[in-house]
Design a protein around this ligand. Structure first.
Ligand code: BGC
Length: 261
């Protein structure tokens, strides 16, 4: 537990499932107040609200499409109206789908870029606007991926969006460091979430993914939640502009394990 997080107000985009809900639950354990944004899964968002409350926090769900500028502002307003302030903004919402690049439609490209990269920009902009106008030492956490670093054939749009999140995070961190606004990213590897449910239900795919993880297991959503709590807290007070990989070592070139190469 991080005492300084108690009663802090957070917005989490894409909070109705997976890593978003795990971060919300962890923030609940820290006795924070959480606005849970969702796009279409109202039942998931309701369940996430109950999870946060059961963990010891407060929560409120807001429907909004985060690739739309007005939505990000609505989320700031919801935080202020319901919980009186805004301290932490988590740009978590993301999506992926698989296409060989030669067959990737412009529509699929744009959908992934809009949610994973433009959504991060719009959320960051809305949070910065609040932090700067209220002279707050706010905290922004962007959900990246191991694929900000590892190329991922047939997921070019996804990898491009996460590479974008990396340099966006670094640039904004530098731009607002003197204002004491910290901006960091988290780079999850293979985590047991709905985005991967189909893949990991297939024993062959589960085996081949696990083989790419030096720790030889799939990660748990709460392990990403723990990273988010640390980045949000004062315990990471001298940390800005990083990507904190939570990947069991996936970014360590596991193909070279045992001295191969
Ligand atoms: C993706 C997962 C994938 C993992 C490792 C993540 O960014 O969302 O689907 O399993 O990277 O490749």
């Amino acid at each position: 537990m991080y005492e300084d997080l108690q009663n802090k107000v957070a917005v989490i985009t894409g909070g109705s499932k997976g890593i978003g809900t795990a971060i919300a639950e962890r923030f609940g354990k820290e006795h924070m107040k959480v606005v849970i944004n969702y796009h279409s899964d109202a039942a998931g968002a309701d369940a996430a609200v109950k999870t946060v409350e059961a963990a010891g926090g407060q929560a409120y769900a807001v429907q909004a499409d985060i690739s739309d500028e007005a939505s990000a502002k609505r989320l700031v307003d919801a935080a202020v109206e319901h919980f009186g302030d805004l301290d932490v903004w988590v740009n978590n919402a993301g999506m992926e789908n698989q296409h060989p690049t030669a067959e990737l439609s412009l529509a699929d490209w744009q959908r992934v870029i809009n949610v994973n990269l433009t959504g991060v920009f719009l959320g960051t902009k809305a949070a910065l606007d609040y932090f700067l106008s209220h002279d707050k030492q706010g905290n922004i956490i962007n959900m990246s991926s191991v694929h900000e670093q590892i190329p991922w054939p047939t997921f070019a749009h996804y990898a491009a969006s996460k590479g974008g999140v990396k340099l966006f995070t670094e640039t904004v961190a530098m731009e607002y460091a003197a204002k004491k606004i910290r901006v960091n990213a988290i780079g999850p590897g293979a985590i047991n979430t709905p985005i991967n449910a189909q893949k990991f239900a297939d024993p062959e795919q589960l085996k081949s993914t696990t083989a790419m993880v030096p720790m030889q297991r799939i990660g748990k959503p709460e392990e990403v939640g723990a990273a988010a709590a640390w980045l949000a807290s004062n315990e990471s007070s001298y940390v800005t502009g990083i990507t904190l990989f939570v990947d069991g070592g996936m970014t360590l070139y596991p193909a070279f394990q045992g001295g191969k190469g």
